[in-house]
Design a protein around this ligand. Structure first.
Ligand code: ADP
Ligand code: GLC
Length: 479
């Protein structure tokens, strides 16, 4: 059935990206369109987005209490999916990233910025604009879109909503004064509404009022109903469990493709996985690592507590007792950055560290590493372990969220039944990581077994098609 879906996200790859949400928002709509859904993406018109977009044209002007808003339309680069940009320079035209200024501090008016974004979506959903295209379903993502289901709950004949949680750690919490300033309807201020311990919670708008809630892996859907992962919202999520499900993300197999990746030195595939070695040598050379034949383990990601970087840092001296090299690419908290740089100095030729964000380098690390470290403390889905599997780079992960759903630990049984594709551990002590790496290195020394693991990893289908079909089944229940 052809269905019109308005897909709302505060970041979309390749227009603007701070994390995996952008990857999902750039890929899932394309996969849905390929399955004959009529999907439009909506996001704020940040300057970076305008720069990265081809030509746009103004499709509508809205008179909002905050002022005049233009809706610009263009194509998602590299596809025919239409993108609507909410153009309101006073709130969105500024240097910095979507959520923070150049000083690394959140914009002080974030509540007003994403309130406006949500209210524009509500106007479109309620067909109160001159836009001809009218959505049947509104698919919201993360707290920045949380007010949409809340505000639509007060309207007659509103279209149904899906709210996808990409990370419960970011909730969009603001003082009560913002609730008043934004002139949000009083009826939304209660424990059963947007209030969270006296604060305004954007994410609760999605969790309380959306018709369906999804998150990005089945294990995370269960975890967030527990105290450990629910941040005080576990009771609400238990209450809504009949409407909550987990759908694992896919990866963009055009961008992440070992046979066609223009960013890596030597293409390879399951047929000639040994060519991966050439990428490893090039990576060692360019990163001033010794050209030893020891295993090379990569890490790419935000340097924050979530990613278990503290576990790695505490374990590094012990890891260096093993025959292994480490390569890091990431940016985030200053303390973690400095600690990594210190270790790079302490172990020259064995640890390489690049602080920053670099898509091309990320591809070269995935192609050139043997192992990929991702000992996250929590991980709603995680994309890097899937890029790794796809590149024959065996992930070493904690058994949480999407990591538990995509990586199968290697032992005699899983090797025998052909499911093993990585290394999984449960604890959160540095020694758990060191032991698991030691376990992995035993297999590294057995060429044939290692190749079998790599091929199992690379064979798995991570294309978006499968996940998109699950979203369509969910839409079917609503419309
Ligand atoms: P999260 O969204 O929690 O950061 P994901 O694994 O879902 O984690 O997605 C992270 C995305 O950001 C991946 O596409 C990853 O390659 C990318 N990424 C993170 N840090 C960097 C970096 N420093 N350089 C390049 N890419 C990065
Ligand atoms: C969040 C999560 C990550 C997930 C991504 C995309 O940033 O931290 O685990 O892969 O969203 O859904």
């Amino acid at each position: 059935m052809l269905r019109k879906v308005l897909f709302a996200s505060s970041e979309v790859f390749p227009l603007v990206k701070t994390g995996g949400l952008a990857d999902v928002a750039g890929s899932l709509p394309r996969a849905l369109c390929a399955l004959r859904q009529d999907v439009r993406i909506i996001l704020p018109a940040y300057p970076e987005v305008i720069d990265n977009m081809g030509p746009t044209r103004c499709m509508a002007r809205l008179d909002m209490p905050q002022g005049k808003v233009r809706i610009l339309m263009g194509d998602l680069p590299g596809s025919s999916v239409k993108v609507w940009l909410v153009d309101f320079p006073a709130l969105f035209t500024r240097a910095g990233n979507p959520y923070m200024g150049p000083d690394g501090q959140p914009w002080s008016d974030n509540a007003a910025r994403f309130d406006l974004f949500c209210r524009v979506i509500v106007e479109i959903a309620m067909r109160r604009t001159s836009l001809k295209w009218k959505p049947d379903i509104i698919h919201c993502n993360d707290w920045q879109t949380g007010l949409v289901p809340a505000l639509l709950s007060l309207e007659e004949q509103a279209p149904p909503t899906v709210f996808t949680i990409h990370n419960m750690a970011y909730q969009g919490l603001f003082p009560h004064a913002n609730f008043v300033e934004l002139d949000l309807p009083d009826s939304l201020w209660s424990h059963d509404g947007l209030e969270f311990h006296g604060q305004l919670s954007f994410i609760k708008g999605g969790l309380v009022y959306a018709d369906k809630i999804t998150t990005v892996s089945p294990t995370y859907a269960k975890e967030i109903q527990t105290q450990e992962f629910g941040y005080g919202l576990e009771g609400l999520l238990q209450h809504r469990s009949a409407s909550l499900s987990g759908i694992v993300n896919g990866i963009d197999t055009d961008v992440w493709n070992t046979e066609t990746d223009p960013l890596i030195l030597e293409p390879y595939s399951v047929r000639n996985v040994e060519y991966k070695q050439l990428n490893k040598k090039a990576l060692q050379q360019s990163s001033a690592l010794r050209k030893d034949d020891v295993a090379l383990a990569g890490f790419i990601g935000r340097l924050v507590y979530q990613k278990g970087i503290d576990i790695i840092l505490e374990a590094i001296d012990d890891i260096m007792q093993l025959p292994i090299q480490l390569i890091f690419l990431g940016s985030g908290e200053e303390d973690y950055q400095q600690a990594l740089l210190r270790f790079a100095k302490k172990y020259p030729g064995r640890i390489a560290v690049t602080i920053g964000y670099n898509e091309a380098f990320a591809h070269r690390i995935e192609a050139g590493s043997d192992l990929f470290l991702m000992p996250s403390r929590f991980e709603p889905c995680g994309l890097n372990q899937m890029y790794s599997l796809h590149y024959g780079t065996l992930p070493v992960v904690r058994k949480v969220g999407g990591l538990a759903d995509t990586v199968v630990n290697t032992d005699a049984d899983t090797l025998a039944n052909g499911e093993a594709n990585g290394f999984v551990f449960s604890g959160d002590r540095p020694s758990d990581l060191v032991q698991t790496l030691g376990h992995a290195l035993k297999y590294y020394n057995e060429d044939l077994v290692w190749k079998k693991l790599q091929i199992t990893a690379m064979w798995r289908d991570f294309s978006w098609d499968h996940s998109a079909r699950e979203y369509i089944q969910l839409y079917d229940q609503l419309h």
